[in-house]
Write a protein that binds this ligand. Structure first.
Ligand code: FES
Length: 275
């Protein structure tokens, strides 16, 4: 027995495995006298191995349970994380673009557009300024004021600045005849011998009232609009397309607007004369 107690227990893997069942079987086989005896008769080595086996089993069980707990905790954490993040985080709001001032490209575009518009506006205004007729009184294109009234049938008065003949028409009434022939634009003249207007270019002839009496012109002389004012400045008569001769009366004021021209009427064949 002294040898058995002093022998160190077997520490190899094969001897550590003997389960308590084997030891119990050995006990039963030897009538219980083998308690604390190894299968080889070494009592102290069996109990030590059984203890180590038990410790190993417990250690493994502890490790297993620890791993299982860790895995369980991880599973719970994974399950809980989405709910927590969904509750904790506010709902994502669409990002609103910050209202920044215009960028460099837009600034240059607006600047060029503004400059171009300014140039175009200035050009248009300048064109209108030069194209718009601006006539002063007493120059062709403007208004001429006359107070003289020639005798009916008398020689017409020539107005060089206004480029018109001021005549008291045979039909009765004052008329301002434009000095340009209605055929091709020559300047016709008054002929005392024949007492009519005659064009030196192609021979057209017009009576004292401006009616065409011989071709090649095919219409009467053009005339300017005449407005008649009384001594108080009130309008008493005015030339219209249907009213070609205005009242002839001394003491009245006649405004001849050389900027307003009435085209001559078509030639009247009843007035035609031989050359
Ligand atoms: S231009 Fe006067 S008749 Fe021809």
């Amino acid at each position: 027995m002294a040898d058995i107690e002093t022998k160190p227990p077997v520490t190899t893997g094969k001897e550590e495995r003997p389960a308590p069942a084997k030891a119990r079987a050995a006990e039963r086989e030897h009538g219980g006298d083998t308690a604390g005896v190894s299968p080889d008769g070494e009592e102290g080595g069996v109990s030590e191995a059984a203890k180590r086996f038990q410790a190993l089993k417990q250690s493994q069980a502890l490790k297993k349970s620890r791993k299982e707990r860790e895995a369980e905790l991880m599973r719970r954490a994974v399950d809980v994380a989405p709910r927590v993040s969904a509750q904790a985080l506010p709902e994502a709001q669409p990002q609103k673009a910050p209202s920044l001032p215009i960028n460099r490209r837009e600034f240059l575009t607006y600047a060029w557009g503004g400059a171009l518009s300014l140039v175009l506006v200035q050009g248009g205004l300048a064109t209108l300024w030069f194209a718009y007729p601006r006539f002063k009184a007493g120059e062709f294109g403007g208004v001429f004021t006359l107070t003289t009234v020639p005798e009916r049938g008398a020689k017409p008065e020539e107005n060089l600045q206004g480029k018109f003949w001021w005549t008291n028409a045979e039909e009765g009434g004052m008329v301002a005849l434009y000095k340009v022939c209605t055929h091709l634009g020559c300047l016709y003249e008054w002929k005392d011998q024949t007492r009519r207007f005659e064009c030196p270019c192609h021979g057209s002839k017009f009576n004292q009232s401006g009616r065409n009496i011989h071709g090649p012109a095919t219409r009467d002389l053009d005339q300017f609009v005449v407005t008649v004012l009384d001594s108080a400045g009130n309008q008493v008569d005015q030339t219209t397309p249907d009213h070609r001769y205005v009242i002839a009366e001394a003491g009245l004021t006649y405004k001849i607007d050389t900027g307003r021209k009435l085209l001559g009427r078509p030639s009247d064949p009843n007035l035609a004369v031989e050359a």
